[in-house]
Design a protein around this ligand. Structure first.
Ligand SMILES: [Zn+2]
Length: 679
């Protein structure tokens, strides 16, 4: 799943947003931002658009904004997330005032939240909830017992199980086994040289030591050193983040005999049984050499070291359900040291996150009923249709694509399934029991419930109606195996989507988001899947080579974006998202022009339609970020930082040059043959 974090018929119809709004529901008269949807007061007219477009659009805001002490980043996305959080809080507060029938979703939402907020009880219970796990680790005396623990959901291991659509046959599910088991985000944190990374490693040592102290370990510093030495060896085996995006290298289907041969260091029957997978006959192994390397450590490293490892991780995983001292230690490392966050978020906000994780669709159903106007769905349907048409038109004329590949691409485009707002059927939570007085157990049962509902469906056809995102999530996604686009209700709000805003603004905002997700179907990873979601090469060699040549050029543009000393964007890791951003903006621009039906857009506030389109796009990326968080993102996240996403796509689009009079000599100027045009 790839996330955003986001023709002739239309020419004739001249379809616009306003026409798509349902009758009987008047949109608000005034847009949320400015007079037509852009916060022009935040622009910096002293900056030349051709020198630094992101700063031209957002300069005044960037110069004065501050990051809230409990955040690592702040911008448009974050403001909207705050709004969604506040909206959900209001729902939960309402539930708290009116008792719901036992066993209902409302009861579960209210009681899970209450158990989270009951800090006095969490404190009073102390380590008691964790005791059975610690005792089970203590009792292990053989490698087999160790592997059996690792097979349980609550314990960490050098491998992790997943259940997804089978890349060979996406109508059925398959069990995946992937690399796992590090306490720091990715291998670079263990292995990269330099003072910054030495600092992260020192903070991790402090954290692991502190957890052992709190667990009553007799030699906490020594135990921490053991765990970190073990994880460093595991990190050496791990694949780097960009290699994990390799569709072919991570698709290694095999039967159980093949698995036993590929990774002989693990007794897979013992490992698979505890999570209900004992009867599984075939699996997909992902990062093969990493899993082999990690599994080999089960033999080469002492059992005692692995037991320390399990004890640390089972506590690390539950710090927010344990006494405050655990929670504070976790915050000091995970949030403060790794991302620069200054203070812990208020408890209620974290409670909303927990609801999202464990009862997300239960909350989502209530959220949609209260906050999602039905008219938004209709307007989005029209916008998605326009974007699809725009991409179809562009495909027709792409010079680098031969006709055979073009026909396949058109077929894939035609079978995209857009999903807007909320799922067509809501998740059934009846098998999940929530107890108002037992947070730790609520979390355990919630995770087990989520896993078990996947396990029982292993033999059934893939459920295409299922959503991976929640309606209250400010994001969007594309799933290559399903060829589905998903736009949750919460992103269908200003500044992305505002029925009262000028159409240029909506095309530059949510239009670019829609185009981005469509672009994922045709990015370096998505293009390897066909219209049915199968991994199949539908490209001729010649067209494929031309695609790669263009994307290499694009990667070079991002590699040259270095927001911190010695820290540049990884063009390979971010390739899929960058193709999505560039293609999305091109498609949205084409759709906007088609929507005008050959007419000139009006000038508003002295700005042309084209200018408003690009301004709206750079506006949605308005954000500032802490340095540690930025470094973390660049190492771990396939999305480039906001300042890159709100400026590099523009540099490749000819219409942007015309709209803002960008000329040779301007800092962001690219000669026409240096611009990348993919979709
Ligand atoms: Zn994306």
């Amino acid at each position: 799943m790839t996330t955003f974090r986001l023709p002739a018929a239309v020419l004739a119809a001249g379809l616009t947003l306003a026409q798509a709004a349902p009758s009987g529901q008047a949109p608000p008269a005034k847009p949320a931002l400015g007079t037509f949807g852009i916060d022009t007061a935040q622009m910096d007219p002293a900056v030349k658009p051709g020198d630094d477009f992101f700063r031209y659009v957002n300069g005044k805001w960037l110069a004065t904004a501050t990051i809230p002490a409990d955040k690592a980043r702040y911008g448009m996305f974050d403001a909207l997330r705050d709004q969604a959080e506040t909206d959900v809080r209001a729902l939960v507060d309402e539930l708290g005032r009116t008792p719901a029938p036992a066993g209902s979703v409302r009861q579960k939402v209210a009681d899970l939240y209450a158990s989270w907020m009951d800090e006095a009880r969490i404190e009073a219970r102390g380590l008691e909830p964790l005791r059975p796990d610690l005792a089970a680790i203590d009792a292990a005396t053989t490698k087999t017992e160790l592997v059996r623990l690792m097979g349980r959901l609550e314990f960490s291991a050098p491998f992790a199980f997943g259940i997804t659509a089978d890349p060979a046959e996406p109508t059925r599910y398959v069990v995946t086994i992937g690399q796992a088991g590090l306490g720091m985000p990715v291998r670079d944190y263990y292995l990269s040289p330099g003072a910054k990374f030495d600092g992260y490693r020192a903070a991790y040592r402090t954290y692991v030591t502190r957890i052992f102290e709190l667990l009553g370990d007799r030699t906490p510093a020594e135990s921490a050193a053991t765990v970190i030495a073990l994880e460093t060896k595991l990190a050496e085996a791990h694949w780097p983040a960009e290699r994990r995006r390799d569709v072919k290298a991570t698709n290694n289907p095999m039967d159980r005999a093949g698995l036993a041969t590929a990774v002989p260091a693990v007794d897979w029957q013992v490992a698979l049984e505890p999570s209900g997978l004992g009867a599984v006959t075939h699996v997909v192994l992902r990062e093969v050499s990493a899993i082999q390397g990690g599994a080999a450590l089960l033999d080469s490293e002492p059992l005692a070291a692995w037991k320390k490892y399990l004890a640390f991780h089972v506590a690390d995983d539950a710090t927010d359900q344990l006494p405050k001292a655990f929670d504070e230690a976790s915050f000091a490392f995970h949030s403060k040291a790794l991302r620069g966050v200054e203070v812990q978020r208020e408890r209620w906000k974290r409670g909303i996150d927990l609801l999202d994780t464990l009862l997300g669709e239960g909350v989502g159903e209530l959220y949609v009923a209260k906050y999602f106007p039905p008219g938004h769905k209709a307007a989005m349907d029209a916008l998605v249709a326009n974007l699809r048409t725009a991409m179809g038109e562009r495909l027709k004329t792409l010079a680098w694509m031969d006709d055979k590949t073009r026909a396949e691409a058109q077929r894939k485009l035609a079978t995209f399934e857009p999903r807007i707002g909320y799922p067509s059927k809501w998740r059934d939570y009846s098998a999940y029991t929530v107890d108002r007085t037992a947070l730790f157990e609520n979390v355990r049962r919630g995770r087990a419930f989520a896993w078990q509902r996947r396990v029982v469906r292993l033999g059934e056809p893939v459920d295409r109606a299922e959503w991976g995102m929640r309606p209250q999530t400010v994001n969007a996604s594309y799933n290559a195996s399903m060829n589905q686009l998903t736009f949750p209700a919460a992103i269908l709000q200003p500044p992305f989507f505002d029925p009262a805003a000028d159409p240029a603004v909506n095309y530059g905002g949510i239009g670019a988001v829609i185009g981005h997700e469509m672009g994922h179907g045709f990015d370096d990873s998505g293009r390897q899947y066909d219209e049915a979601g199968r991994i199949r090469n539908w490209w001729t060699d010649e067209t494929s080579a031309k695609f790669v040549a263009q994307t290499d050029k694009l990667a070079a543009q991002y590699n040259a974006f270095c927001p911190l000393p010695e820290t540049c964007v990884n063009g390979k890791l971010t390739m899929g998202e960058n193709i999505g951003d560039l293609g999305g903006l091109e498609m949205a621009y084409t759709a906007y022009k088609l929507s005008l039906g050959g007419k000139e857009a009006p000038v508003l506030g002295g700005l042309t339609g084209d200018q408003r389109f690009f301004l709206a796009h750079a506006q949605i990326w308005r954000a500032i970020q802490r340095d540690d968080a930025l470094r973390n993102q660049i190492l771990t996240d396939p999305h480039a930082p906001p300042a890159a996403r709100g400026s590099i796509p523009e540099r490749n689009i000819d219409a942007w040059y015309t709209a803002f009079g960008v000329k040779p000599g301007d800092k962001a100027y690219l000669a026409p043959d240096a611009r990348v045009h993919i979709w």
